[in-house]
Design a protein around this ligand. Structure first.
Ligand SMILES: [Zn+2]
Length: 448
């Protein structure tokens, strides 16, 4: 049975930048059959769903998250999580006190908040990925899940993490919506060369992408200059890391002379402006990256550092931050910013032919936004991309669909019971605080 969604506007994000008014999106099963003005569907046999004064657009893609860290939201205020020292002081004890059963409620709350604000797909990176995947699957979202490898020089931890990563990649090999990735936390500083080489071998074996943090503070460059006599990017190139699909969060301090190397690689810099601004770090050189031809996408990062999953907010913050950085109005066009959460993000995740735009043959991953919500008026005067980036909130999203299945209808979440998930998260949080206190009292964890 075909379904025809009818709405006032369809923003396709296709290569031609087509925007249809009084539009129809024809679906069959999990896929889009056609997107066109409604008149072209006259006589087509399909179940008609009249959405009315809505804007249909591709579901948004959050290219850098750590969903279990919703457990720590509010607990690391005042710490920069973009330096090893800040992570050590602000997060380490909480992570050591966390137990695997605390992960699923944090992931469910994360998925619910992403769906509520129009995100249909995300790239996650963390350990306990085996506990993350079932909660994501239950939400109906699409995701690239990177199994976090943190070793800090411990060979046993490394061997265990690598075996667990292989098992995880194997377990997702046939999943229709979840892709297994590999997530070295950060290179060189806390993943040794032998570990990175083992991760690259796994990436080849499972055709998996790599999701890392890069250039958050210059620590990798300092380490690589000392140990290898070159920058982190050049060392990555030397060991073959830039031959594989790679997404790298932040990219704040990459030396200018390394940008051309990244442009030639299947590499995407994931900009996370809120995390960067809240940590008091300088902004990534996005304008220069775009000019060089480097792949770029947008991510919220964890909500301990952000503290929101709303990609509409994040687009707005990015646009304003870049104006502030460059000292001119709108150095990054609003349309480019929307591409960073749609087409460009889809390409970064290897999903360019699957999602990221409303086009025939792609997956039915889409959202509807209320055109009567604050920010759109005057409707005929405003450029749609500008309204989406600078005026509209994720709370104006009314409906969300992934693979042809509604995850939210008229603002009501259908796959995640948000209230119940929040209650479970509150209980997990209480258990976390108590456990940390107990471990410190017993001398098993040392306060810094
Ligand atoms: Zn991160």
């Amino acid at each position: 049975m075909k379904t025809l969604l009818l709405a006032d506007v369809a923003l396709t994000m296709d290569g031609r930048g087509a925007i249809h008014y009084d539009a129809g999106v024809l679906l069959e099963g999990t896929h889009i059959l056609a997107v066109a003005p409604r008149a072209q569907f006259d006589g087509v046999e399909a179940k008609r769903v009249a959405l009315g004064r809505r804007l249909l657009m591709p579901g948004l893609i959050n290219a850098h998250t750590h969903t279990p860290m919703t457990l720590f939201r509010g607990l690391a205020e005042g710490y920069s999580l973009l330096t090893l020292e800040g992570w050590f002081e602000g997060i380490r004890l909480w992570e050591l006190a966390m137990t695997p059963d605390m992960v699923p409620p944090a992931v469910s709350v994360s998925c619910a908040e992403m769906i509520r604000t129009g995100t249909t797909c995300f790239a996650d990176q963390y350990f306990y990925m085996d506990r993350i995947a079932p909660a994501v699957r239950a939400s109906g979202m699409r995701a690239a899940l990177a199994y976090g490898v943190v070793e800090l020089g411990d060979a046993n931890a490394r061997d265990w993490a690598l075996r667990a990563t292989a098992g995880f990649l194997e377990s997702l090999s046939d999943d229709p919506r979840l892709a297994g990735w590999i997530g070295p936390h950060a290179l060189f500083v806390d993943n040794q060369l032998t570990t990175i080489q083992a991760e690259l071998a796994l990436a080849d074996e499972y055709a998996a992408g790599l999701h890392i943090h890069l250039a958050t503070s210059g620590e990798e460059d300092a380490y690589c200059l000392q140990h290898y006599g070159t920058t982190a990017v050049q060392q990555m190139k030397r060991i073959g890391m830039l031959d594989r699909r790679l997404i790298a969060a932040h990219c704040l301090t990459i030396p200018d002379e390394d940008l051309a190397t990244l442009a030639a690689a299947p590499f995407t810099a994931v900009i996370a402006p809120s995390a960067c601004m809240r940590a008091g770090k300088p902004a990534a050189p996005l304008k220069r990256m775009l000019a060089e031809g480097i792949g770029v996408a947008l991510g919220t990062d964890n909500v301990t550092a952000n503290n929101s999953y709303d990609l509409f907010k994040e687009m707005q913050i990015l646009g304003k931050l870049m104006s502030y950085r460059e000292g001119v109005p709108n150095p990054i066009p609003a349309r480019t910013i929307v591409e960073m959460v749609t087409t460009r993000a889809a390409s970064a995740l290897g999903l360019g032919s699957e999602t990221g735009s409303l086009e025939a043959g792609k997956r039915a991953d889409l959202i509807a936004i209320d055109l009567d919500a604050p920010g759109f008026a005057p409707h005929r005067a405003q450029d749609i991309y500008t309204a989406l980036v600078y005026a509209v909130s994720g709370m104006s999203v009314t409906d969300v669909m992934v693979d042809g299945r509604w995850l939210m209808r008229d603002g009501r979440l259908l796959t995640v019971d948000y209230r119940a998930a929040c209650e479970r998260l509150d209980a997990a949080h209480e258990a976390l605080v108590a456990r940390r206190q107990r471990l410190v009292t017993d001398g098993e964890l040392m306060e810094v």
